[in-house]
Design a binder for this molecule. Sequence first.
Ligand code: MSP
Length: 511
Amino acid sequence: MRETFYITTPIYYVNDVPHIGHAYTTIACDALARWHRMKGKKVYFLTGTDEHGEKVQKSAARKGMTPRELADQVVTNFQGLTPALSISNTAFIRTTEPRHYASVQELFRKSLGNGDIYLGEYEGWYCVPDEAYWTELQLEGGNCPTCGRAVEKRKEPSYFFRLSKYQDRLLSFYRENPRFIRPESRRNEVVAFVEGGLNDLSVSRTSLTWGIPVPEAPGHVIYVWYDALTNYLTGLGYPSKTEDLATFWPADLHMVGKDILRFHAVYWPAFLMSAGVAPPRGVFAHGWWTVEGQKMSKSLGNVVDPYEMVRKYGADAFRYFLLREVSFGLDGDFSEKELVRRANSELADKLGNLLNRTLGMLGKYFASVVPAPEAEEPADAVLSRCGRETAAAVDAAMEEVAFHKALSAVIEFVTKANEYVQSTEPWTLAKDPSKRERLGTVLYNALEAARIASLLMSPVTPAAAQRMWETLAPGAGTVEGALLGKNGAWGGLQAGITLPKACIVFPKIET
Ligand code: MSP
């Protein structure tokens, strides 16, 4: 049976337009989805929108719309990210779909049935923008400890989830699954939080109407996080026993920002354990972007619009920068100047140039027909070994969700390939007819390095990789359909085929 891989993005609130933070999570998931497909796995990649809750209700009211009208309008901005950013998601889920109501209510009913959800009364400090209650002790300077904004005192009848009961089970789950929470530093934070003791969690609201009703409890709406987290099951067809559910659950990876790790690593597995559903296999929390050294905010007017970035630089360069610039998991700083610098010096000057200059020489010396490689010299062996080692290094990096390592390995390999061309001097070999075989071998190897690089880059720069791929492997299908095992071995470039005289995949960005 084929191995499977189920990856999810958080579902995005429809009270706002997409910004770099949303684009980042989605692009990271897309790169992983593409990589696992290339390894021959059957991949399910889910993204979508979180459409209930106070934030959306309030936002809609301010605009004089119903929450549904607002959701229907804003969702298109998130769905539009798929083509704009070259995202290969399998499905898109909206929490306002009827199938999701059925799913959330079924999961909720399971825990009501076994007493893990009970009726009580909630009193606490509520942060409206974060949709989170805080205890007196948790407040910082009287304000919300995560966003620093003012909180309000609230009291309401509420259903509670018996989270306290799951403290030990969660801790042993973390122990038995040391890779469940990544990176390691985040895992330690979560473990310390759970060790500190867990309070039962309020999972319904009466103060709110925009949400999924608690089964058989008029006036109660299910807490937006309980609703939202369940999307990962709904996406596969839960509660129906669908083939997708059997094939892909438990999820391999929920990719999230560091701010929403606790919901995914503490509440979500506990909800599932209570309902008798297996918890996911992994949660990875990435860092946050500042913009030119400052926190991104509407009031500062520095919110990065992913659509604008794509218009200016293309999806490939934008994707590349986001995944190359920071150690995945840490915070980073976004700057267009840095984006342009990296795109020009790494993508255009190194990767693009390797292909284009070699095609130029192939045209000049071999009428663009790929020669068969002849006797191997030490420099050739070094290059092909580097190609093999790079593929292995990229694989290891992608397994540990370290995009920056994967990309720097590919760029290093491309740099070596350019140095190979520089040191073998095809232009000198071309002057000596007795060196014709050697010249052919050198050009073959340089092109082969470009072919391997295009394959390894394809999860991050899919459009350029496709152009390189169709140039160097005509008739081999799309790079999206390529398999690392079958297409990634050194020597896959076919001799005897005619290639174009030039191919500019990464035009220099003018500033
Ligand atoms: N609706 C919830 C998620 C529910 S998942 C069951 C939510 N939505 S969100 O739209 O506010 O945020 C989605 C993601 O964007 C989060 O993973 C968050 O970390 C990420 N980011 C928001 N701003 C960000 C940056 N400035 N930088 C990087 N990512 C950031 O939370």
